[in-house]
Design a protein around this ligand. Structure first.
Ligand code: SF4
Ligand code: SF4
Length: 441
């Protein structure tokens, strides 16, 4: 019986980490459904970007209020969770405040964690007010109804509860230390939770132990539950922001990728020595590649990683000129739709023993409409605004490429322009012979 709490703790830990590992495996399988893309270049620049953007949060603070609050929650949450290491070891070994032998360093750490916990609570309350009372425009766009709204609030509630449990646990512990209770070593400074102590003043030692133990257990079980909630939430970005910024686009923003097959075709057309009737080389007779993307498997794996990393912050949408002028397009929705469809494809694969069975649906039309795609001005404002280096434009361009090259389904104005370029060498409907007529006018 003496070891029962340790055994229960070990089981909870194994289950929590086990479910998380299962979700990570699923996540990685889904991302790998994307096409391969070579992002092995310029490693030093990639590491720098990751350190600057993901770790340093440099793009977050472009909007100072939200940015500063986010930095507090991010730093606070990460640093306070260093304490989780002690909690885990205490839980497994049956010790209490195992690291207290660090002396004044330990006291300093616990004191700093408490200050950070208070700041996190303040930041979370401000975030909640911005979302639910002030109702900032980017949080109430059509794509933010239903689950995305609930998810955004749920994360705030979970963080609030975890921080409150942490401070309650410390307050009860502090009081037990004052009473000289067995097992409760004199350790830590409690600059914030000391103000909760008066609320516990009337409790007996056994009730205080009950409060301390309950808060301790709920705190660690809450962290394990939160870890498993990540996969279903936009909060997955706390993990994926790092690889996503590492694999972010390094080329100049306006530079699009060319299709190799088309480039070769054009080069062949422009080569005066090429024989137009030459038989294709043996290795050229493979099935022609699909142009562009109509579903998630046609996108590359970095684009799918982008979709899972999206924080749904809406900075992209608030900067998008198409969205600002009332068009249906929202770059955030493009990312959310891509993730939703990818999840749907993943579930089909799970239900069919690892095989994808076509379900008659696709990203194009079933999730993202043509109206949205053609509303994009390709200005790159969304890419510039994204705090975690997501590129919604690349998905839009791939899907447009599919519409143009596979379905010839561009808007009439574009089709006319492309026919003119093909026939006249210019976007205008004039014969090439008439090009210099303007000189005589
Ligand atoms: S590139 Fe397209 S989606 Fe992005 S901001 Fe510009 S118009 Fe909007
Ligand atoms: S794409 Fe980037 S800017 Fe847009 S909602 Fe997602 S994280 Fe925010």
């Amino acid at each position: 019986m003496e070891y029962l709490p340790n055994i229960v703790f070990a089981v909870a830990l194994v289950l929590g980490i086990g479910f998380f590992a299962r979700n990570v495996k699923k996540l990685s399988r889904n991302i790998k459904l994307g096409k391969d893309v070579d992002v092995s270049d310029n490693k030093s620049q990639r590491w720098k970007n990751m350190a600057k953007i993901a770790l340093g949060q440099t793009k977050m603070v472009v909007r100072p209020i939200a940015g500063l609050m986010h930095v507090i929650v991010y730093v606070g949450f990460i640093i306070i969770n260093i304490e989780v290491l002690e909690i885990i070891l205490d839980g497994l070994l049956g010790t209490h405040r195992l690291f207290s032998s660090l002396g004044s360093l330990y006291n300093f750490l616990i004191g700093s964690f408490e200050v950070l916990a208070l700041l996190v609570i303040v930041a979370v309350v401000v975030f909640w007010i911005r979302r639910n009372i002030i109702r900032i425009q980017r949080f109430i766009k059509p794509e933010m109804k239903g689950w995305p709204k609930t998810d955004g609030n749920m994360i705030l509630y979970i963080e609030l509860v975890l921080m409150t449990l942490f401070l309650t646990m410390n307050a009860a512990d502090f009081q037990l230390q004052q009473l000289g209770a067995d097992h409760y070593v004199q350790a830590g400074t409690f600059p914030v939770s000391q103000f909760i102590v008066p609320l516990l003043d009337s409790l007996s030692e056994s009730s205080l132990i009950l409060v301390e133990r309950t808060a301790w257990w709920l705190h660690i079980l809450g962290i394990l539950a939160f870890l498993n909630y990540l996969y279903y939430s936009k909060h997955l970005h706390i993990l994926l922001a790092f690889p996503n910024t590492y694999y972010g686009k390094l080329k100049p923003q306006g530079q699009f990728n060319n299709l190799e097959s088309v480039t070769n075709e054009v080069k062949l057309m422009m080569d005066p020595d090429a024989d137009p009737f030459a038989a294709p080389a043996e290795d050229d007779v493979a099935e022609p590649e699909k142009f562009g993307a109509s579903d998630v498997m046609d996108l590359n794996w970095v684009q799918l990683l982008n979709a899972y990393t999206c924080t749904e912050c809406g900075r992209c949408t608030s900067e998008c000129p198409a969205n600002q002028t009332g068009k249906k397009l929202s770059p955030r929705k493009i990312m959310m739709d891509t993730r939703d469809r990818l999840e749907e494809v993943g579930k089909i694969i799970d239900a069919n023993k690892g095989e994808f069975v076509p379900d008659g649906k696709q990203l194009l039309d079933d999730y993202i409409s043509r109206e949205e795609l053609w509303a994009c001005t390709t200005c790159n404002a969304c890419v510039q605004a994204c705090p975690v280096s997501i590129d919604p434009l690349s998905i839009i361009v791939e899907m447009r490429r599919y519409l143009v090259m596979e379905q010839s389904a561009a808007p009439t104005e574009l089709n006319n322009m492309m026919s003119n370029i093909e026939n006249n060498g210019a976007p205008w409907p004039y014969n090439q012979m008439d090009r210099l007529n303007w000189v005589n006018e």
